[in-house]
Design a protein around this ligand. Sequence first.
Ligand SMILES: [Cu+2]
Length: 93
Amino acid sequence: MGTSVGVVEKEFSITLDKTGFTPGDYTFAIQNQGSFPHNLTIEGPGVDSKASPTLGAGESGSLTVALQKGSYELSCSVPGHKDKGMDIKITVG
Ligand SMILES: [Cu+2]
């Protein structure tokens, strides 16, 4: 489980309730507050495109990953959403 991080997804943004990450296990608790389907996909050191299930409007889900030192990209892999702004970067250090 590790540290819990709240994630709000909507058209077209990803917002985290935490800043400042240190290496360790994290569970991203995702709420889709939009009206389109969204997911959370994480890519970075030791994490090869790990994704939550795609959540319908109003649904919640989670994704647990082990973060190492480095830079991670968090995005939504529903086609087109990343380019529209559902794409953020976090630095773990
Ligand atoms: Cu999306």
